[in-house]
Design a protein around this ligand. Structure first.
Ligand SMILES: Nc1ncnc2c1ncn2[C@@H]1O[C@H](COP(=O)(O)OP(=O)(O)O)[C@@H](O)[C@H]1O
Ligand SMILES: [Mg+2]
Length: 276
């Protein structure tokens, strides 16, 4: 018998209201995430990847989106949670890292305090001193050099990579069981991208934290993920173990994504497939 999944998504739909009627961003998506495992969600821009992430974080209310299907996380029905339950769960058992750290961080608050806010909200019993110590430890853990000094820095005083490390520190502060990372390295240059992905992989292993890595980049997914879901126009066109999907894509769209990789150049996929 296989262990029960941490997250089970069944036939998830996300509809946004518009003047000409609801627009279907996610059209019946199903997948599972085992505890501690890493799932990649890939697809071109507009394929519905972020909408899935927002739905799993209970963040679709502001868009007046209507959700359908069934989502079970740690045995709880997420689509039935109250706002109060969501506030308790979000940032605690499920956390999310977005593409743009600058948009996530408050520009007028020192980065250490922004990590501390997570503790203030979810662990009201912690003293200020304990929160500061925990925030410092997190900054060190995510590889911020000279963390004792940088804890009081404002976001604009840090590089893009360091800012994303701060965002990751805040996201993992309460040791969530699931981290959703929505294009977490897209805004960073290639060397920094690799460092951040390596860090997230390490954290996932160390803490037994499952991840959903949303990316339009198949190379990134191939490096980091065990399983992958390929999305197009709100539906899953292909899913499976990442090695199988990348080396033996079944769907024309997956092949197209593979061929579009800058590192690969056009047309190589067929050549590789021909070689077995
Ligand atoms: N808040 C929103 N209101 C209306 N439409 C939206 C909203 N967010 C996304 N969409 C639409 O839903 C579709 C999927 O978008 P999104 O989930 O952001 O895809 P991706 O992350 O793969 O780029 C797109 O057509 C997009 O325009
Ligand atoms: Mg997106």
């Amino acid at each position: 018998m296989t262990a029960s999944p941490l997250l089970s998504v069944r036939d998830l739909t996300v509809d946004y209201p518009s003047r000409s009627g609801p627009v279907r961003a996610v059209g019946g998506v199903s997948f599972e995430v085992a505890p501690g495992s890493v799932l990649g969600v890939v697809g071109e821009s507009g394929s519905g990847k972020s909408s899935i992430g927002y739905a799993l974080m209970g963040l679709t209310d502001a868009s007046h989106a209507i959700l359908g299907g069934a989502v079970t996380f740690e045995g709880r029905d997420l689509l039935a949670l109250s706002r109060r339950d969501w506030r308790q769960l979000r940032g605690n058992r499920i956390a999310m890292v977005f593409q743009d750290a600058m948009a996530t961080l408050n520009p007028v608050m020192p980065v250490g305090d922004q990590i501390g806010e997570v503790f203030c909200f979810h662990r009201p019993d912690m003293s200020r001193k304990a929160i500061r110590a925990a925030s410092l430890e997190l900054l060190e853990r995510v590889g911020i050099q000279d963390a004792a000094r940088r804890i009081d820095a404002y976001p604009h005083q840090l590089s893009g990579g360091m800012r994303q490390r701060v965002v990751i520190a805040a996201a993992i502060a309460l040791k969530p069981a699931l981290l959703i990372a929505d294009e977490p390295t897209t805004a960073l240059d290639v060397t920094v991208q690799a460092q951040i992905l390596g860090l997230m992989q390490e954290l996932s292993r160390e803490q037994g934290m499952a991840m959903i890595l949303v990316s339009h980049d198949l190379d990134v997914v191939g490096d980091v993920c065990e399983d992958v879901v390929v999305m197009k126009d709100g539906v899953v066109v292909e899913a499976g173990h990442v090695d199988d999907v990348l080396s033996r894509p079944k769907h024309a769209y997956t092949m197209q994504l593979l061929n579009a990789r800058p590192s690969f150049g056009g047309g190589h996929m067929q050549a590789e497939a021909a070689h077995g």
